[in-house]
Design a protein around this ligand. Structure first.
Ligand SMILES: Nc1ncnc2c1ncn2[C@@H]1O[C@H](COP(=O)(O)OP(=O)(O)OP(=O)(O)O)[C@@H](O)[C@H]1O
Ligand SMILES: [Mg+2]
Length: 229
């Protein structure tokens, strides 16, 4: 499956914006791109100001004709981990169903862009983490990370957890990128210590997603590498 899995160092770090920018940029260059998110939670709360909810934003920029409900099949109200949101709804997320839906979304597309939920080690069920889904989908990983204080630690921990599991990590994206000394120092430290390419996504509005995404190294992330993973 050609595509990329956009994981994050935490919840609220910019995964949706990075994933939507990738979708919009691929669509703008004529690719048929499908988006997938294994679960949305927090529908009881307002979406971030100026932005649609994750599955709605992703559906609006992907170009494979998916509805928002197809982008994120399980949807829950409480702003909690998906395994707990499912428990509160009296159900359990079925990993095999998610995998089948993700593969079905990718089947007629040129690429699949999958956004994680929270950070890499967030449980979809008590025994099945976001990391397991990324492995089962056999997608390379990109990590969305904050620019400021704390990001070196969170990003290196995420990189280590990803690599330990055998994931093929293609890059880190600092978002939103604002030119300052701390962000620049953090970027250099992550690149050096993590031995990983670190990209920068500047602040964008919903109308600027394609433009922002076009500045990211999409071909480095999306190339199919038989030897990897
Ligand atoms: N490049 C950017 N341009 C503009 N805003 C940004 C950018 N990156 C991050 N943000 C800000 O960070 C917020 C959180 O981003 P986003 O919703 O993508 O995070 P997330 O990791 O997908 O969160 P969740 O865990 O809820 O899925 C956005 O609402 C926005 O305010
Ligand atoms: Mg999101």
């Amino acid at each position: 499956m050609r595509g990329v899995f956009v994981a994050g160092t935490d919840t609220g770090v910019g995964k949706t914006i990075v994933a939507a920018a990738v979708c919009a940029a691929l669509a703008a260059r004529g690719e048929k791109v499908a988006a997938f998110k294994p679960a949305v939670t927090g529908l009881d709360e307002d979406p971030p100001e100026g932005w649609a909810r994750d599955h709605e934003l992703l559906a609006s920029v992907a170009s494979a004709g998916q509805s928002a409900d197809q982008v994120a099949p399980p949807q829950y109200g409480p702003p909690v981990s998906p395994h707990y949101a499912a428990e509160l709804a009296g159900e359990q997320i079925e990993p095999n169903e998610l995998l089948a839906k993700a593969r079905a979304a990718a089947e007629h597309a040129d690429a699949l862009v999958c956004e994680g939920v929270g950070g890499l080690m967030v449980p979809l069920t008590p025994g099945y983490l976001i990391r397991d889904l990324a492995l089962d989908l056999e997608l390379p990983l990109v990590i969305a990370a904050r620019p400021g204080l704390g990001t070196i630690n969170h990003t290196l921990l995420t990189l280590e957890a990803a690599r330990t599991a055998g994931l093929d990590v293609r890059g880190v994206v600092i978002t939103p990128w604002l030119e300052d000394d701390l962000a620049e120092s953090n970027r250099g430290a992550i690149e050096l210590i993590g031995d990983i390419a670190v990209s920068r996504l500047p602040p964008v509005t919903p109308d600027e997603l394609a433009e922002g995404g076009a500045q990211l190294p999409l071909d480095d992330w999306l190339h199919e590498d038989e030897a990897a993973a």
